[in-house]
Ligand binder design. Structure first.
Ligand SMILES: C[S@@+](CC[C@H](N)C(=O)[O-])C[C@H]1O[C@@H](n2cnc3c(N)ncnc32)[C@H](O)[C@@H]1O
Length: 332
């Protein structure tokens, strides 16, 4: 968790305070494609929250990227991605001061490619999960929804997503859809943090900002959408049951369906070593959330250097549960 739990208060205070105006004035002469007020808010948020890992989806000419990199704390990093930026961004970033260049990585890939690669990285390096994402890529609804869902899946608990261009139907509907699937999240829009935004499928309120911030809960939410957990299993480990570390939620009684898979990283080369099993459990809020797999899953011992991962996919049939962010699920 990188965010102070008072982030909602800070967002509302900053929105109507003098520092926001000062930030806008500071960026007045900077050439930007994205509205100055939005970039100023993003930069101030980065300076306040001190995220370690940040992502910009859609680099264009790297103008917002540079402001984001400038606002990062010591040790913070920005990855900016754009499938059409391979001929522009390397030269643009090479012209920046060394301190900014060293904090910034550009990848000429789509968000789809970026997140499937990140999936392998975070199994071994969970510290590569993201703290803050600026979503400004393809604004068509399916792409915008994917960018929000995928960013949320790879976000540290308490992290935030700033979504640009909510005046366009794609990002705006994507936020509304995301919030129905994720009832524990909140949205900051136009100076207030709410469960439901004041904008709708029909449009924005007159003069409303063209961006919104999605705030994740500090515990891990599992709702009706499948949620994946990953881990590394030693060869020879046998998994028979799963326990959820439930901390809250709105479901008095809930049913959960688990699917666990175990495979070595070279499965795509050998076709060997895949195991999977399923379990279901219906519990009251006060119960221990433990379920047995229909059959045990064994992480095979083989003559291979490939390391093994297990994945657990979980969905709740109605409502949502909150899980302990330090150890959300236990496999035994
Ligand atoms: C509105 S511009 C980004 C502006 C930039 N963030 C800024 O503030 O200056 C959108 C960018 O998204 C890129 N893009 C389009 N599809 C994408 C995808 N699937 N993944 C990542 N970036 C994408 C486009 O090439 C374009 O440069």
């Amino acid at each position: 968790m990188f965010m102070a739990s008072d982030l909602s208060d800070w967002l509302c205070r900053f929105w109507s305070g003098p520092e926001y105006k000062a930030w806008i004035a500071r960026l007045a002469d900077v050439a930007l494609r994205t509205p100055t007020g939005e970039v100023a808010f993003l930069a101030a948020l980065i300076e306040h929250a001190k995220p370690r890992r940040t992502l910009e989806i859609g680099s264009l000419f790297g103008q917002t990227s540079r402001v984001m990199a400038e606002a990062l704390p010591e040790g913070g990093r920005l990855t900016t991605i754009d499938p059409y930026g391979g001929e522009r961004l390397p030269d643009i970033i090479a012209s920046w001061p060394e301190g900014l260049r060293n904090k910034t990585k550009f990848l000429p890939v789509t968000s789809g490619r970026f997140f499937s690669d990140l999936d392998h990285v975070v199994v071994a390096q969970p510290e590569e999960l993201l703290d803050l994402v600026f979503i400004d890529g393809n604004h068509e609804f399916p792409f915008a929804l994917f960018d929000i869902l995928a960013s949320a899946d790879y976000l540290t608990p308490g992290g935030v997503l700033l979504v640009d261009n909510v005046e366009q139907a794609g990002p705006r509907l994507a936020i509304l859809e995301f919030l129905t699937l994720n009832p524990a999240w909140r949205v900051f829009y136009g100076g207030a943090v709410t469960r439901e935004p004041v904008f709708s499928t029909a449009g924005l309120p007159l003069g409303g900002p063209t961006w919104a911030i999605l705030l994740s809960p500090e515990d891990i939410q599992v709702g009706t959408a499948p949620r994946k957990f990953r881990g590394k299993g030693g060869p020879g480990n046998v998994y028979k049951e799963v326990t959820l570390n439930v901390t809250g939620g709105d479901a008095e009684v809930a049913s959960a369906r688990f699917s666990v898979r175990s495979y070595p990283f070279d499965f795509h080369l050998t076709g060997h070593g895949w195991q999977e099993a399923h379990a279901s459990v219906t519990c009251r809020r006060s119960d221990k959330w433990t379920a047995d797999f229909e059959k045990p899953v064994t992480v095979e011992r083989r003559n291979s250097d490939a390391h093994f991962v297990w994945e657990l996919t979980l969905a709740i049939q109605c409502g949502y549960l909150l899980l302990d962010p330090t150890k959300p699920v236990l496999l035994a």
